[in-house]
Design a protein. Sequence first.
Length: 255
Amino acid sequence: MAMKGLTKFSVFAGALLASCAFAAEGGGDTISAKFGNTVSGAAQAQAPQLVYFEGNGKSGGLLCMGHSLTKHAPAPELGWFSDCGMAASKKENDYVHLLWEKLKKGNPDIPLCIAKGAFFERNFADADKILPLYKQARDFKPKWIVISLVDNVSPKTAAEHDFIKYYAKLVKYLNPDGAAKMVITTGWYPTNKLNDRLKEFAKQNSITIVDICAIAQKEGMTAKGKFAHSGVASHPSDAGMAALADAYYKALSRQ
């Protein structure tokens, strides 16, 4: 979907992505790597495009912002050949598209916006510079928002900076007037302190949070045994994706 000013913005975004590349590469291992996710967060963070659109219309639909669970480009070296939520058997079976279909039953013409959040995770301390890269997602003025981040946060950077402070800026940026129905999530992996802090943040700000780490621990929720690469296999299976979509839909429907 073409949007006004896209060419000019893309040039600016490319320059800023390049300027922040050092942060995407540095910061030590991601938190989720300690729990079996060896899919590179730094590689995701270098994607030249951060915001994608599907469907008709320019605003008022579903916005999903996340990391590889939300959208990961093909990575043949990992045995991953799709361009959707990682480990889903096809695009239609990832949580983004399952949730979109659920919402479309009562709103058939709503569009979809997908924002790749690994870049924010790897560079969150530069939020004031990075948030404008997601202007298209903000201008989309979504009716529903799902934010699923934290698994690619560097523990070193998280210890040195107040991650929740910058996460709050992201939430405010994407939903400035609070009009959208919004759900945030914990990490898929047991990231301990950050998962707990996200729960505290949600409670303090009256935001609905879904504990997807609890979903991940259930039998059959990961794609273990379906991919040779252990990092890919640690992502949600089709059953796991369906469980995420169901949880998000229920949480959004209660608002």
